[in-house]
Design a protein around this ligand. Sequence first.
Ligand SMILES: Nc1nc2c(ncn2[C@@H]2O[C@H](COP(=O)(O)OP(=O)(O)OP(=O)(O)O)[C@@H](O)[C@H]2O)c(=O)[nH]1
Length: 367
Amino acid sequence: MKQLIPVTIVTGFLGAGKTTLLRSLVERRQTRRLALLINEFGEISVDGAMVRDTVGTDTQVHVQDFAHGLIAYGDDELFVPAMLALAARRAQIDHVLIETSGLALPTAVMEQLQSPELAEHFILDATLAVVDTPLLLSDRFEHDAAHAPAATMFDQQLEYADVVVLNKIDGIDEDALLGAETRVRQRAPKVRFLELAYNAQLDIRLALGLRLHQPTRIEHAHVYAPVATMPAQDATPLAVQTRLNGHAHSGLGAHSHGLATHKHFHEQDPGWLSFVLRSDAPQDADQLSQAVSEAARIEPILRSKGYVQSSDGDGAMLVQGVRTRVSIHRDRERATTSRSQLVFIGYHINRGKIAALLSERTGTKWN
Ligand SMILES: Nc1nc2c(ncn2[C@@H]2O[C@H](COP(=O)(O)OP(=O)(O)OP(=O)(O)O)[C@@H](O)[C@H]2O)c(=O)[nH]1
């Protein structure tokens, strides 16, 4: 039987650190030949561009990006052909990594991997869910009126994860970390491993080659044909909660990947919106950063990102906003960008209001 190509899915809510994790894995790949499929929610590809910058001229890493956010979902026609193209190049690929968009469930990809056309080439290695730990601890994923849409998506992404990566833990003390671990265990009792990551840096052996879905041990047996059942509701939490050592094994029985049926995303919840605002004028980093942060205070923006032209004539700058936290710095890999473009993602966000605020605060036209 020919060897199946292992696939790792990287999921996690908007801005959790998925792309940063992929970049760090590319840097640590040693001799592994990687294929990366990157999907993001928004019509311009920022994540793909960043990963390409990391890859540089390395011919052993293949990157393909998919904007418009819902790879492998119901009406997506790009995912299966892209995977089959990788299968055709199997002699040059050791591992496939798929970054799902911050508003997608990993189940869509998991289900497609079980389809007859892909199951003969690929096997799920593990699903990693990256978590913005400070946001988790500050109750931004609680099921109250203000946070319910994000909380629902967060829970669903964790539900099928094998590994949860608690990220952005710089400045978080041990007690808070234990609190974060408890929250994850309560919300997603079937998670098998918890890892801690600074700046989404993981030892590559804790991320790739986990073989959590190989039917080699009976308690890890998986059903690779489509099945109708969801993972057991009576799965118990850990018997021994090994503390934050990166290797807490749940000892749970097999996940059976019957998977939740996922309707097209917009049928599920039409409130999530994304749009791009553009400007032809060069931008002052401080002014723009304050403007984007202010916009996220008055509108429920959960993510903003893009490349802008710098007014100091120093080329392109990368803008990264997760809610009101915004950073803008010179992109050392990118000499220039033709115009400034920012993607905004949020729940019922008002395009006109955000464009007007950015235009006013930066003294430049955004639309
Ligand atoms: N302070 C801190 N910032 C981090 C860490 N990891 C990632 N970030 C920052 O968080 C922001 C979002 O990171 P990304 O890796 O783009 O997140 P993502 O999950 O790919 O985002 P989407 O694809 O848009 O959902 C960036 O500004 C990163 O530099 C961390 O451990 N600590």
